[in-house]
Design a protein around this ligand. Structure first.
Ligand code: KG4
Ligand code: ZN
Length: 358
């Protein structure tokens, strides 16, 4: 019954989670608000904030999972039951730490300074506790967030991963064997949301705000260029240019008065592009279990379109809970759990990599 402590620090979220035999017992996320005033993530500020956040975040994750163990101690968790049950007054953090079997961390991709904080922390803890280390690919973790909870997809499944840094369609053959069958050749879907939001004068990150205003607007009010890219690949830089040229011809008053319609039309264009490629992927592979992943899967328009696609093509759809869609350590923990079962460990010489090819 492996117990995994996981750490995520690839971008601007410091997060820690404990996974007990495939069940998420805690998932603590500290979001860095310092970047809002700069209109995007400032790497140097992100790594400094990770240094400040990482100890309290890990401590809280250990404490919450300790409480989980106490509450669920009757589930036949063996030595955990007696270990914690008899000494409830003792510090839950250190109690829980004793039961950790391995430490998982995001090894790639991400901002180098941010990754370094999580990597060094995980390596130090592994050395001090003499426990194995598991290096996790952030994009694999977004996909495997779909394996959190009771209602899991069967393998092989298709996953559309849409985040601030990546847009991919993946076939998950097994938890540790993922095949990329389509991806963006320029901007990611999240970037398309954030960059067009910036053009509309909205603060960073603009994706959630576009979603909010789009709910009140007409998605067919304005027409923006939909990219025509071959195979299962995506391109979103043209949409940004198309919105820019359109807005340059408008007054500030026009943009303010039509903000809801503009957001709805931009969101419609992005979602349409994503759904069309997913449709093509289902037709090409014949796979009927389809998942969403990544921060953009929080988008209500995309969630609705994805559910409709499932109904239309008779596919079973899966979308992780909101807290497991944006960056979080629970997805690193569940991936760490499957990598532990597959004996995929790294040693203390492991280094982070900023590159997705890792
Ligand atoms: O996965 P994630 O948390 O971080 C990366 O690994 O990149 O994704 C962050 C992205 C941002 O671009 C953010 O604007 C977008 O997800 N996002 C949304 C929504 N919530 C988050 N985009 C559109 N609608 C949303 N509701
Ligand atoms: Zn992410």
């Amino acid at each position: 019954m492996p117990i995994i402590l996981a750490i995520e620090s690839s971008c601007d979220e410091t997060s820690a989670s404990v996974c007990i035999d495939g069940i998420i017992a805690s998932n603590v996320i500290a979001t860095q608000s310092i970047h809002e005033k700069y209109g995007g993530v400032v790497p140097e500020l992100a790594s400094r904030a990770h240094v400040e956040n990482i100890v309290p975040v890990v401590e809280q994750a250990l404490e919450e999972s300790g409480e989980w163990l106490v509450v669920n101690g009757k589930l036949g968790i063996g030595n955990l039951e007696s270990g914690i049950g008899e000494q409830q007054n003792l510090n839950l953090k250190s109690q829980t730490l004793n039961f950790i079997d391995a430490i998982a961390f995001t090894q790639a991709p991400g901002l180098m300074g941010s990754l370094l904080v999580g990597t060094q922390f995980a390596k130090s803890l592994a050395l001090a506790l003499d426990k194995p280390l598991i290096g996790v690919h952030h994009m694999q973790a977004h996909v495997l967030a779909n394996l959190i909870g009771d209602d899991k997809p069967n393998f092989p499944f298709l996953c559309l991963t849409v985040s601030g840094g990546h847009t991919q369609i993946v076939i998950a053959h097994t938890p540790t064997n993922l095949e990329i069958i389509g991806q963006t050749i320029d901007d990611a879907a999240g970037e398309a949301f954030d960059k067009t939001a910036k053009l509309l004068g909205l603060p960073y990150p603009g994706g959630p705000l576009i979603d909010k205003y789009a709910k009140l607007g007409n998605p067919l009010a304005f027409k923006f260029a939909e990219p025509q890219i071959s195979e299962l690949n995506f391109s979103f830089s043209g949409l940004k240019t198309s919105v820019l040229y359109f807005l340059q011809k408008q007054t500030v008053e026009f943009i303010q008065e039509n903000l809801n319609d503009l957001c709805a039309s931009i969101q419609h264009t992005i979602c349409n592009t994503l759904i069309k490629k997913m449709k093509k992927a289902i037709a090409q592979t014949g796979i009927k279990e389809i998942c969403l992943a990544g921060g953009v899967s929080a988008n209500s328009g995309l969630r609705n379109a994805f559910e409709s696609l499932g109904k239309e093509l008779n596919c079973k759809t899966f979308i992780p809970q909101f807290e497991y869609c944006t960056d979080n350590a629970a997805m690193i923990a569940i991936t760490g759990y499957y990598k532990y079962l597959a004996s995929e460990f790294v040693d203390l010489s492991a280094n982070p990599s900023a590159r997705a090819e890792w």
